[in-house]
Design a binder for this molecule. Structure first.
Ligand code: XLS
Ligand code: NI
Ligand code: NI
Length: 438
């Protein structure tokens, strides 16, 4: 079979300073960092929808990139051409995982039975094409936001009939995830939210979403899915308010409905900033609750208020993300590039440049995060900062062995406390720059 990306070679590690645009400067897959190969720290994945589907179409104009891969769009031949392109792309860029929505794989038919038949054919083809390679699914999901039937939500819809279709898609997407060897299953609640409270029973809708998730866990476990279910928080877009607003909200929801044993977070960098948080904040909140599962690796534009899904570029962000991931002991999932080329970057080469940028940004982040941890000054500072809780009354507070009365009596004795000490932010920031750029 002829190559699709015919003028692109396999992308190799050439080290910092290489001027070859089709090489990695920082991602050296088999190099060991803090006891683990870079490939296993990072578990990079390709998002089927962006890389093989997004052609640059936006609200103001048609596509700019040709993603037909030599076949007529909207046909099964095109669906298969996307598999050919995807597998060749992943091999050349050295990525072992992909993530998909059901409708990224095949054109949706008007009858779900026909769609499901197409999905069976396509997943057979995908398995055949990836046989003998390391390429497999990182996570699967169902697109429950694109079809007009989901205009009022999927799990949160007002229509019991539509709810059946949401359930049917989740069931099928779970079947496919298992068939393709997936490690995770994602719920991103694109339409699970509201435009106005005038027509919305929030409690009712949340109970129905939880019920759908419970059934997904029951079904998944019954067909041998032993991976992790993920919620991918996002505060808004397309809905005005989405129920999975941020990690803290989603974790509270999971605990409320008894789903916290089976679910973790899939944190997307751009969603974090839309919620008014840093990427690192969302990772920290997830990790400290034992719920950091996977990552959608992209970045937003701080001057724009929507999900621009850009390839990661900011090394401070990737460093702090990898710092959190290292401290959490790694991910059940991996780093899925839910990122797309800018509309004017419309050639095949641009697809490769984008992944090289994203992979190198995270690889450099991993190297620098390991250096920050090994340097130890930041972690020691934080430890020291709370030292007053290591003994005496501080220790009793931590152990829950005191009372307001005892503490108030101590305060009376002291009259006024000593200064709690400087936060030393600027000093710490200098250390970070020193480790990052020396
Ligand atoms: C959209 C989401 C979506 C999920 C998967 O903003 O990021 O792409 O990752 O449904
Ligand atoms: Ni995402
Ligand atoms: Ni997103």
């Amino acid at each position: 079979m002829s190559e699709i990306f015919a003028n692109i070679p396999e992308i190799k590690y050439e080290g910092p300073g290489s001027k070859n645009p089709l090489s990695f400067r920082y991602y050296n897959a088999d190099e060991v960092i803090m006891g683990k190969k870079m490939r296993d720290h990072l578990n990079f994945a390709m998002a089927w929808w962006h890389n093989l589907g997004a052609n640059g179409v936006d609200m103001f104009g048609r596509g700019t990139a040709d993603k037909s891969f030599g076949a007529e769009e909207g046909t099964m031949a095109h669906a298969k051409a996307k598999v050919d392109a995807g597998v060749e792309f992943m091999k050349k860029v050295g990525i072992d995982y992909y993530c998909f929505h059901d409708v990224d794989l095949v054109p949706e038919a008007s009858d779900i039975k026909e769609t499901n038949k197409r999905l069976d054919d396509l997943t057979d083809y995908l398995l055949e094409k990836t046989k003998g390679t390391n390429i497999k699914c990182l996570w699967g999901t169902a697109n429950m936001f694109g079809n007009p039937r989901f205009m009022n939500g999927a799990g949160s819809t007002n229509s019991a009939d539509v709810y059946c279709f949401a359930a049917a898609q989740v069931k099928k997407a779970l079947d496919m995830t298992v068939k393709l060897g997936g490690r995770g299953y994602v719920f991103w609640g694109g339409r699970e939210g509201y435009e106005t409270l005038l027509n919305t029973d929030v409690k009712f809708e949340q109970e129905n979403i939880a019920q759908l998730m419970k059934m997904a866990v029951e079904y998944g476990r019954s067909i041998g899915f032993n991976g992790t279910f993920f919620i991918e928080p996002k505060p808004k877009e397309p809905m005005k308010h989405q129920y999975d607003f941020d990690a803290a909200t989603a974790i509270g929801f999971l605990r409320q409905y008894g789903l916290d044993k089976d679910f973790k977070m899939n944190i997307e960098a751009n969603h974090a900033t839309l919620a008014g948080h840093s990427f690192q904040h969302e990772l920290r909140i997830s990790a400290m609750n034992g719920m950091l599962g996977s990552v959608d690796a992209n970045t937003g534009d701080m001057l724009l208020g929507w999900d621009t899904d850009e390839f990661p570029y900011n090394i401070y962000d990737t460093t702090w993300a990898m710092y959190e991931i290292l401290k959490a002991g790694g991910l059940d999932g991996g780093l899925n590039f839910d990122s797309k080329n800018r509309r004017p970057s419309n050639t095949y080469e641009d697809m490769f440049y984008a992944f090289i940028l994203g992979m190198d940004s995270f690889a450099l982040g991993l190297r620098r995060a390991a250096a920050i941890i090994e340097d130890g000054r930041i972690d020691n500072f934080i430890k020291e900062r709370y030292a007053s809780f290591n003994e005496g009354i501080g220790k009793k507070i931590r152990e829950g062995n005191t009372s307001l009365a005892e503490l108030a009596a101590l305060a009376d004795q002291m009259g006024a406390p000593a200064s709690p000490g400087s936060g030393r932010q600027e000093y710490l920031q200098s250390i970070v720059n020193d480790v990052l750029f020396h």
